[in-house]
Design a protein around this ligand. Structure first.
Ligand code: TRP
Length: 443
């Protein structure tokens, strides 16, 4: 059965949905700990440069492909040139991989939100976190709940599900974030954290830090796997793509920066380590909230914020695969959502178990969870690189610009920059960063 293709109710709705996809665990969980680990301000600076030059370009490229074809990733590439459909296929695969482990972490967030309210997080938060994630049952239960909520929203469709929920969750998220930032930077002793965050330590800028920043930009902006192609395919021809592809990365980066302000000063104020890694949100922060006046309230608000961010992202990941089944295999939305979310739930189970009873099962020296996360760190930049080559040399810049300007009706002042970035700089940067990481090149 073929269903009529949906459209966003308004450009604002699209922006909330696309920013919702972008703003997620990547901003709130990963960005602050990566910044904490890689020299604070220095990492932030590299990150900003990559967003401005590469993030904007790839986001615009994806939007143009999606809106031009009015199809989700695989079929979009296929329609323009069938030999390149595999890039879209890679993206659909990435959707399965990312959502399966993302939903596990979404489940952790649900557990923490719930536990904060009932006051059940023990003082030894490190031991609690370790025993919770390695439990064979509880994290899988929460993973199931998180996946079910994601599925229900996507099941309700583009306008009534994704757009509507993002128009509520994104502004709410922003308000909560600002409140927590104010709380954090006004704590006695917060200044050390602010200084750490804003003062670049250039000695920490290693090749590893640059690769981490690049991977983070792709992940955080939801690039390289056709997510923005899919969301762009529901956009009307009159919308201004170049403006949208500046606004979405701007909002995403703003939230990442604010997340740093919400978290790092509080961490310093109570004498904790900023470089705690992935445990920053689940081990350090609960201790910070425990010491803060009205900590239960702030802790609860914080995990609601993280939950909203995670949900508006997980629905975009599920939508990529659902739209593929609709466009390519003519499946109804209901059937796609039920089948695909079940598969992803099942794929997440071993990822969750790999934190505990299956931790001995290693692929290339990584447990299943880390291996899935690592594969997405590879697939996304590769997908972005191929997209640049596709637009620059296969589809052609002029056709892309014709779509961006809607046949010349919408002005696009950045054509020169866009052309140079997509044909030369962005692909070269991705390749250079990879070679550098592999030790082939040494800067
Ligand atoms: N950007 C989201 C985050 O930061 C995660 C995400 C959603 C994503 N959709 C994506 C990542 C598509 C890569 C590709 O948490």
């Amino acid at each position: 059965m073929t269903e009529k293709r949906a459209q966003w109710g308004s450009n604002f709705g699209f922006i909330m949905a696309a920013a919702g996809s972008a703003v997620g665990l990547g901003n709130l969980w990963k960005f602050p700990y990566l910044a904490g680990k890689n020299g604070g301000g220095a990492f932030v600076l590299i990150y900003l440069l990559i967003v401005i030059f590469i993030g904007f370009t790839i986001m615009l490229g994806e939007m143009a492909i999606g809106r031009h074809t009015q199809l989700s990733s695989y079929n979009a590439y296929q329609k323009i040139n069938k030999n390149w459909a595999f890039i879209g296929g890679l993206g659909v695969l990435a959707g399965f991989i990312i959502l399966s482990f993302y939903s596990v972490v979404g489940g952790w967030v649900l557990n923490y939100m719930f536990k904060t309210v009932i006051g059940g997080i023990p003082t030894d938060t490190a031991a609690y976190f370790g025993s919770f994630i390695s439990d064979p049952v509880l994290p899988i239960f929460w993973h199931l709940v998180f996946m079910a909520v994601t599925a229900i929203i996507v099941f309700k469709g583009i306008g009534g599900g994704i757009e509507k929920s993002c128009k509520f969750m994104m502004p709410a998220l922003f308000i909560i974030l600002v409140i927590i930032c104010i709380r954090s930077v006004t704590l006695p002793g917060a200044a050390a954290g602010i200084a750490f965050y804003l003062t670049p330590d250039f000695s920490k800028i290693t090749a590893g830090a640059v690769v981490a920043a690049l991977g983070q930009v792709f992940f955080s902006l939801s690039l390289g796997m056709g997510c923005i192609i899919t969301y762009g395919s529901y956009l009307g021809k009159d919308e201004n793509l170049s403006k949208n592809s500046l606004i979405v990365p701007f909002l995403d980066t703003l939230v990442a920066l604010l997340a740093g302000f919400a978290i790092l000063p509080a961490v310093f104020a109570f004498g904790f380590e900023p470089g705690a890694g992935p445990g920053l949100m689940f081990i350090t922060l609960p201790q910070v909230f425990a010491k803060m006046p009205l900590g239960t309230l702030f802790g609860f608000m914080f995990f609601v914020l993280v939950l909203f961010a995670a949900l508006t992202s997980s629905i975009s990941l599920l939508e990529v695969t659902v739209a593929y089944m609709q466009d390519q295999h003519k499946w109804a939305r209901t059937k796609s959502v039920i089948v695909l979310s079940t598969i992803m739930f099942l794929m997440g189970v071993p990822a969750s178990l790999s934190m505990g009873i299956w931790s001995g099962f290693l692929i290339f020296g990584k447990n299943i969870f880390d291996f899935l996360a690592f594969s997405s760190d590879i697939i996304l930049p590769v997908g972005g690189l191929l997209m640049c080559i596709f637009i620059g040399y296969v589809w052609g810049i002029d056709k892309a610009v014709d779509e961006i300007t809607n046949g010349g009706k919408i002005s696009f002042k950045l054509k020169g920059l866009f052309t140079i970035m997509i044909k030369y700089i962005a692909p070269l940067a991705v390749v250079a960063v990879f070679l550098n990481a592999l030790g082939v090149l040494k800067f």
